[in-house]
Design a protein around this ligand. Structure first.
Ligand code: ACO
Length: 424
């Protein structure tokens, strides 16, 4: 059987045969048939905008792989920085490559003092840290004007190191400012996750994070590092396609992540659980979601996963390891009851709504002492490596041009201007 599709324009009787490539049908066929005809696909439900080698997801089977490696194996055996290397370079590093990569990241963690003192400290005292992060990523571009030279591989690599290395420093600085505590400089003797925790929590000289919490955070970083063409990565690619520098593109990606339907969901889940307040209220809450009055069940549902989210499985298991150190999060009981109620309710089952990565991650962050406002920032820290892997792929892909979707115009036809005095 031929691997082709035939599109026939029944108005003219003209047909084109379009080959199937890697499971996709090129829109060129339609363009050939009629250049003024477009696929109408709001929110890109059925549109592939790139060919990618970074991350593979099979939503029906609950499979997630970075560069071919199953997420379960990476979460079990790798570290976030090794995964970041894998995403950026396409292969796991050998020992020498790994040592250099960790050294380079560690030695790009400091930020320009003006960025902190003049820019970050100019925010209002109760500024949301995610708003601060989005803006400070954009502001970073003004410190590295050479980043505009996106055709230069050496410059690109430098910006990649800087962005991956500086995002935890920026994140911790946003938090310290919001609670009125002095900024803590990066410590080059610490690993990536420990350094972030130290910048968050150190008071005075001493800070020793519990090794289980360091590992849990590193695994959370691995799980959040990339997720192919989600809203944030798409923003990164769309902005990058105009040849903007990677700091500006990353600011746009972070802004996309901020929304409650995307990375903001982890914060929204905990707020929802707090509002529910007790296990006794779960049944009524489920009814209110089904009736439409209660909003959405946050942390449930996914555009791609229609069976289970493999990251949620790993996180749920890990939550118990964290709670052993921190003590139980009292909201867990409500979360478990909510999950049980939803998974046995036809409304959620028939719509294939399952817990996603955000359902349990917020409970872990909260147990570790992070304020709610920091949850999406915690997501952005590792997602930076995914955004950059997507950006690098875009920049080097000869098939990519500036992103520019078409529209179906449904507004007024031509009409004459009416002077103010004659308008009703
Ligand atoms: N609670 C209740 N109903 C839901 C939920 C939910 N969480 N999610 C989807 N539905 C319902 C919709 O109302 C719709 O019902 P209908 O067919 O009767 O109209 C149906 O399920 C399909 O929903 P869509 O919005 O079409 O699904 P889509 O793929 O566009 O949305 C999304 C995916 C945005 C994740 C959605 O499931 C949602 O809003 N979930 C809650 C927010 C959340 O947890 N976001 C984090 C996602 S993971 C991430 O970004 C890291």
């Amino acid at each position: 059987m031929a691997d082709t599709f035939t599109i026939t324009d029944n108005r003219t009787g003209k047909s084109v045969e379009v080959p199937l490539h890697d499971g996709g049908i090129s829109s060129k066929g339609l363009r050939e048939l009629d250049p003024n005809l477009y696929f109408y696909d709001p929110s890109y439900m059925q549109t592939a905008a790139c060919r990618s080698t970074v991350t593979y997801i099979d939503g029906d089977a609950g499979i997630l792989r970075y560069r071919g490696y199953p997420i379960e194996q990476l979460a079990d055996q790798s570290t976030y920085l090794e995964v970041a290397y894998l995403l950026i370079h396409g292969e796991l590093p050998n020992a020498a490559q790994h040592e250099k990569w960790v050294f380079d990241i560690t030695h790009h963690t400091f930020m320009h003092e003006n960025l902190r003192k003049r820019f970050l400290e100019g925010f209002h005292y109760d500024a949301h840290p995610m708003g601060m992060l989005v803006s400070s990523l954009a502001a970073l571009s003004t410190f590295y004007p050479e980043a505009k030279d996106i055709e230069n591989p050496e410059s690109r690599n430098k910006q990649v190191l800087r962005l991956i290395a500086k995002v935890p420093t920026l994140a911790a600085a946003c938090h310290r400012f919001s609670v009125g505590q002095p900024f803590v400089y990066p410590d080059n003797n610490l690993d990536f996750a420990s350094n972030f925790l130290s910048m968050m929590w150190r008071i005075g000289d001493k800070y020793e994070p519990h090794p289980h919490l360091v590992r849990a955070l590193d695994v959370l970083f691995i799980l959040h590092a990339d997720h192919e063409q989600n809203c944030g990565s798409t923003a990164m690619r769309v902005i990058g396609s105009s040849q903007a520098d990677p700091y500006s593109a990353a600011a746009g990606a972070a802004a996309a992540l901020y929304g409650p339907l995307h990375g903001g969901a982890n914060e929204a889940v905990v707020r929802m659980l707090q509002d529910i307040g007790s296990v006794a209220n779960v049944a009524a809450f489920i009814q209110s979601v089904k009736g439409g009055a209660g909003g959405r069940l946050m942390g449930f549902g996914h555009r791609v996963y229609k069976n289970f989210d493999p990251r949620a499985k790993i996180i749920k298991k890990m939550a118990y390891d964290v709670f052993e150190v921190t003590g139980m999060n009292p909201l867990l009981e409500i979360a478990l009851k909510l999950e049980e109620a939803a998974l046995s309710d036809d409304y959620f089952v028939s719509r294939k709504l399952y817990p996603n990565v955000d359902f349990y991650s917020g409970l872990i962050y909260q147990a570790m002492g992070f304020p709610l406002e920091m949850f999406t920032v915690l997501f952005a820290i590792p997602r930076m490596s995914g955004w950059l892997a997507q950006w690098l792929e875009l920049i080097q892909d000869p098939e990519q041009k500036i992103s520019r979707p078409r529209q179906i115009y449904v507004g007024h036809g031509e009409r004459d201007y009416v002077p103010k005095i004659s308008r009703g």
